[in-house]
Design a protein. Structure first.
Ligand code: SF4
Ligand code: SF4
Length: 465
């Protein structure tokens, strides 16, 4: 049986060979104005990604995503585990901002600012080109000596270790990270294992997975079809100008010796061999396009050599390509900002309403009430306090109603470190007389050292008689 029955006529995916194996991409670097701009942008972003964990405002980190402590500091504002509503509003606001940005500027983030693209195209690929050299379509030279390949992977490893440490510092902070780095791996195997695993993940991503991250793993890339509209900025080939593509050959001249009328695209394929996701942008808008603009630089360089005007491939929009007017004002670019304004208002309202501290009272599990030697009823409770300020706070607790109820605190002072949540065990001793049908309501007043107080209502459990 012929193999051709099983083989598709064309590539189903840009990174799959016809037999289903991985098609490794070695994109050719295309120099041009956009590459120069992207390169400067990338260097700036690498500096920002690296330095952000070191930035502190008023002694607080600018960004720290402490998952273990369930405390997220973003723009120096700390979201505590009790800030579910604030965090939810913030996340919805971030999502809407992404929607608005994508509707206006398409995948500018992917091509210009995403860490995956920035590190892949401006750190790992240059290292690869340095050690492997390039030829033809941008692939590595044949017969690269083993030592060069080994050296390349060693440099990859060093960069991955650095990246792993940078990445981890967003989650554990630079102080804890530097402590981990100075520890012996034998004494502290868990931190060492975490660093090793993140380094391996970086190596896997940048040495093996590469463009697959954008093509199959990134959710933002998958959502493009719904986030973009007809007026969004895209990288597009000008079909009207480029087609029919091909080179004017004398052999194709008609009987009168006239050469056929052809478009500006000479079908050189440079826009394809330079593409880091392996697509041909002349086929129209594709989900795989990360708007890296390499095809624009490649084609402009061809047009320049031919003495033709540039921008056969350029930033455009689907409506502009159809000859329609393309504007910024449209339904989604009006609705998203309105929703964002609502979200910002909700965030500010909830933020201003939140107190300087949170207090919750809970019943101890097990046997919550006992009769004391002097015949009173003792309830065992848990008082959970959260200090929402960046300074130490001390609290005083007392029962405001009824008068003859006493508190027995497990600790001398109710003191909390900045942004700390702590549970205190308290005993509430009340006379039997206040219980009706085995229940008695008390008002517990918690006041901090700044005079801010909260009153909690709680039902004690007691005997029926
Ligand atoms: S089609 Fe052009 S802009 Fe899109 S990913 Fe390929 S090279 Fe980059
Ligand atoms: S680089 Fe330009 S001229 Fe060459 S194939 Fe692509 S679109 Fe056509």
């Amino acid at each position: 049986m012929s193999n051709s029955i099983l083989e598709p006529e064309e590539h189903v995916l840009s990174t799959l060979e016809r037999d289903g194996s991985r098609r490794w991409l070695k994109p050719k670097l295309s120099k041009g104005k956009l590459l120069t701009l992207r390169r400067w942008m990338a260097y700036l972003l690498i500096a920002v990604f690296t330095l952000v964990p070191f930035i502190k405002i008023g002694g607080k980190p600018f960004v720290l995503l402490d998952i273990v402590a369930r405390r997220f500091t973003i723009f120096s504002f700390t979201f505590l585990p009790t800030d579910t509503i604030l965090l939810a509003i913030f996340m919805v606001g971030m999502l809407l901002t992404i929607f608005l940005f994508t509707a206006l500027f398409g995948r500018v983030w992917c091509g210009w600012a995403c860490p995956q693209t920035v590190y892949m195209e401006f750190v790992f690929r240059p290292i690869e080109r340095l050690f492997d050299g390039t030829q033809g379509r941008g692939g590595r030279k044949k017969d690269v000596p083993a030592w060069r390949i080994g050296a390349k992977y060693f440099v990859y490893f060093l960069v991955s270790v650095f990246l792993a440490n940078t990445f981890l510092s967003y989650f554990i902070g630079v102080e804890r990270l530097s402590h981990w780095v100075r520890q012996s791996p034998i004494d502290h195997p868990v931190p060492f294992l975490i660093m090793a695993l993140v380094t391996v993940a970086m190596m896997f991503d940048f040495c093996f997975f590469r463009e697959q991250m954008c093509l199959v793993a990134c959710p933002y890339g998958r959502f493009q079809s719904v986030l973009l509209d007809q007026n969004s900025l895209i990288v597009a080939y000008d079909q009207n100008r480029g087609e029919p593509r091909g080179k004017a050959k004398k052999s194709n001249a008609n009987s009168a010796g006239e050469l056929p009328v052809i478009g500006d695209c000479i079908d050189c394929g440079n826009c394809v061999t330079t593409c880091p996701t392996g697509i041909d942008i002349r086929g129209g808008l594709q989900m795989e396009c990360i708007n890296c603009t390499q095809c624009i630089d490649a084609c402009n360089s061809v047009m320049n050599k031919l003495g033709r005007s540039p921008n056969l491939i350029r930033y455009s929009s689907q409506s502009r390509d159809r000859g329609e007017k393309s504007g910024l004002l449209r339904a989604r670019t009006l609705i998203y900002p309105l929703l964002l304004a609502g979200i910002a208002t909700a965030f500010i309202t909830v933020f201003l309403a939140s107190k300087t501290f949170d207090a919750v009272i809970l019943r101890e599990p097990g046997n919550p009430s006992i009769i004391t030697e002097d015949g009173r009823v003792r309830n065992l409770l848990k008082l959970k306090l959260t200090n929402r300020r960046d300074e130490t706070m001390t609290f005083v607790a007392n029962v405001s109603e009824p008068n003859d109820v006493e508190l027995d605190l497990s600790e001398d002072a109710l003191e909390l470190e900045p942004n700390e949540t702590k549970t205190f065990h308290i005993g509430v001793i009340a006379p039997k007389s206040i219980f009706q049908f085995a229940r008695a309501t008390i008002l517990l007043q918690i006041e901090n050292d700044k005079g801010v107080s909260r009153t909690l209502r709680f039902k004690l459990i007691g005997p029926y008689d």
